[in-house]
Design a protein around this ligand. Structure first.
Ligand SMILES: NC(=O)c1ccc[n+]([C@@H]2O[C@H](COP(=O)([O-])OP(=O)(O)OC[C@H]3O[C@@H](n4cnc5c(N)ncnc54)[C@H](OP(=O)(O)O)[C@@H]3O)[C@@H](O)[C@H]2O)c1
Length: 262
């Protein structure tokens, strides 16, 4: 049985919950992060083993995440799964932090800066990335866009950033995984009507998140290099050009006040 330590964000629902249950069955030690302590406690009752840790963190808040990373020592696998959108323009910052800046920050703080090797970073992406309409030059002016537009943009940046690290760091594995439509609570960070609309749509058209969780576990056991989404995007997108990626990383480090990582 493996005793590797795996941190899963957004573990209390949908794909994250499926992953937590399945990875615990495979013997991984889990660090489970989400925004509700009660849901995390209920999750602990569903998973195998008793050596897991739970942390209540708002992953759209850099301040909370900074406090959280100080409590974590060693992890082998990071699954940046928490994701969603806050539709209101006033909350634009929360959407890009949840889906892009915080996954990057966790990767940098918990995986990359310790002479690390043989670590696996899985960033959960989305087909929505293919439909992003926002330009990189607007990254610091997102108030004019709604949360859905920012969600698509954030996922695009996540795929681009993941691809960049897979090019420059061959000691660790960097994978962006596109789960496809799943029947989950996706959209629940919004007002009642939008929340219900997302859930009904995904209930009809989405598949059970267990399928995506099984695929991710196969990847953890045998990581591959490029995701289908990356291949689809790279046919027409500049986000795979190293120059674009360097610009992105520079802007990201500036926002997060981090040193350049290689
Ligand atoms: N569902 C789809 O069709 C679909 C398609 C493509 C990609 N994805 C991606 O798949 C990933 C998993 O989504 P899902 O469909 O499983 O959605 P979900 O059922 O809504 O689960 C999202 C998880 O993230 C947590 N979370 C949300 N905002 C958070 C915050 N600010 N701080 C801390 N935790 C937060 C949620 O906590 P609570 O349980 O407390 O709400 C929940 O545990 C996301 O990255 C999403 O973008 C989903």
């Amino acid at each position: 049985m493996s005793k590797r330590v795996c941190l899963i964000t957004g573990a209390t629902s949908g794909l994250g919950k499926s992953l937590a249950i399945k990875l615990s069955d495979h013997g991984y030690r889990l660090i489970l992060v989400s925004k509700s302590r009660n849901k995390l406690k209920s999750l602990l009752k569903l998973i195998s083993g008793n050596n897991h840790k739970i942390f209540k963190v708002d992953l759209s808040s850099l301040k909370e995440v900074k406090k959280f990373v100080k409590k974590i020592s060693k992890i082998d696998i990071l699954i940046n799964n928490a994701g969603g959108f806050y539709y209101s323009n006033n909350l634009s910052k929360k959407t890009i932090f949840l889906n892009y800046y915080i996954p990057y920050f966790l990767m940098k703080k918990l995986v990359l800066n310790k002479g690390s090797k043989n670590k696996i970073i899985i960033n959960i992406s989305s087909n929505a990335a293919l439909r992003s309409n926002i330009n990189l030059k607007d990254i610091n002016n997102l108030e004019k866009f709604n949360g859905w537009e920012i969600y698509k943009f954030s996922k695009l940046l996540l795929v681009s950033m993941t691809n960049y690290f897979s090019k420059i760091n061959n000691k660790n594995k960097f994978i962006s995984f596109n789960p496809g439509r799943m029947s989950t609570n996706f959209g629940s960070n919004n007002f009642f009507f939008l929340k219900k609309l997302s859930q009904i749509y995904l209930f009809i058209f989405g598949k059970n998140p267990n399928y995506a969780a099984d695929e991710i576990i196969k990847i953890i056991k045998k990581p591959f290099k490029r995701s289908h989404l990356e291949i689809n995007l790279s046919n027409f997108s500049k986000v795979f050009l190293t120059n674009f990626q360097k610009k992105l990383i520079k802007k990201t480090n500036k926002v997060l006040k981090l040193k350049i990582i290689v």
